[in-house]
Design a protein around this ligand. Structure first.
Ligand code: UT7
Length: 325
């Protein structure tokens, strides 16, 4: 019998501190930096984001999201035999945040590792988990996207600091006789390293270079729109489907205008697109599972529907996963 993988539970967690555009604008004004709710809403669709408290780490957010996903799947934490955590803001250089989450869940023994593909990280992690389940290397995987992006923001740079937020989303992916994940399409092109990066590193006990996020927003925007359409079409073709078969597009939540362009190119109406960027901002690797969980818990996304999950971000990396939920 063919072995497939299927999402059996979703979960998410946002740190409690909700910061509106107006809150952020007044914080930035105190530094002599001008921005406005109107600019942020018109250019991005973002109205608010959540910021974690100073002592809260990625694994703290991740473990909350993981617990919700495990509960929704109706399994015990001890049943998990693989943890993959996508993040660019791990608690420490090593060990991985996935190992820290494993311990916080009170379990031990199963494989656990982080994936670093920035905003495409969750899609990458899901594809790896799907592959490991299909080969029999795992049966019940916990796949998490979690970030404290506020830690790598330059609050003196209004072109980036208004865009991002903190949070975590997770899914339980289990072996199944019937297909859940139908197809996927992953890519990277390292020649675009410079348009979205945190160029600093730790060496010899020192931070070398600049440890805060740098982005050429317009260059990222242009690339994102094209590759998101290509990845979606490639994943559809591999599954023998067309865009008309998509019930819900669950895209990376970076900018409402990118989502609108992608939907238009795929000829999907916006009422088939899950949008949470207004309330979450861009939470990088956490954005897709956060959006998915919000849509599931609000009753929008239902079992049996066909979903297209799509991510794009630093690297440059991008990818899509088509699945029956
Ligand atoms: O998750 C990874 C993927 N990341 C993305 O997908 C981000 C992709 N890029 C974008 O979303 C958009 O390019 C941005 C939202 C970052 C910027 O929007 P834009 O429409 O490309 O604006 P722009 O960079 O062309 O800036 C327009 C103006 C500039 O002023 P001038 O030069 O026209 O006088 C900026 O200085 O807006 C100014 N500006 C701001 N004004 C008020 C830039 N940031 C701000 C701000 N508040 N926060």
């Amino acid at each position: 019998m063919t072995r497939y993988s299927r999402i059996t539970g979703t979960g998410s967690y946002l740190p409690p501190r909700r910061v509106t555009n107006a809150d952020l604008a007044s914080e930035l004004a105190a530094r002599g930096i001008e921005t406005s709710d109107q600019w942020i809403v018109e250019r991005t669709g973002i109205r608010a984001r959540h910021f974690a408290g100073p002592d809260v780490t990625t694994s703290d957010l991740a473990v909350q999201a993981a617990r919700h996903a495990i509960e929704a799947a109706g399994i015990a934490a001890g049943d998990i035999d693989l943890i993959i955590l996508a993040t660019s803001t791990p608690d420490m250089v090593f060990p991985s945040a996935a190992c820290i989450v494993q311990n916080k869940l009170g379990i031990a023994g199963c494989a656990a590792f982080d994936v670093q593909a920035v905003c495409s990280g969750f899609v990458y992690a899901l594809v790896i988990a799907d592959s490991m389940i299909k080969t029999g290397a795992a049966s019940k995987a916990l796949v998490i996207g979690a970030e404290v992006f506020s830690r790598i923001l330059d609050f003196n740079d209004r072109t980036t600091c208004v865009l991002f937020g903190d949070g975590a989303g997770a899914v339980v992916l289990e072996a199944s006789d019937t297909p859940g994940i139908l197809s996927s399409d992953l890519h990277a092109d390292g020649k675009h390293v410079g348009i979205l990066c945190v160029p600093g590193t730790v060496s010899g006990g020192q931070v070398l270079g600049d440890p805060l996020l740098k982005m050429d927003g317009q260059a990222v925007f242009k690339l994102a729109v094209g590759v998101l359409e290509d990845a979606a079409r490639a994943a559809l073709a591999k599954a023998g489907k067309t865009a008309a078969d998509i019930d819900w597009l669950v895209p990376h939540q970076a900018n409402i205008r990118i989502m609108q362009s992608t939907a238009k190119r795929l000829k999907l109406p916006m009422n088939k697109v899950v949008v949470t960027v207004d309330e979450h901002g861009n939470t990088s690797a956490a954005s897709i599972p956060l959006a998915l969980d919000a849509a599931v818990r609000s009753g929008k996304v239902k079992h049996g529907e066909t979903l297209m999950l799509e991510g794009v971000g630093g690297g440059f990396t991008w990818g899509a996963v088509l699945l029956d939920f």
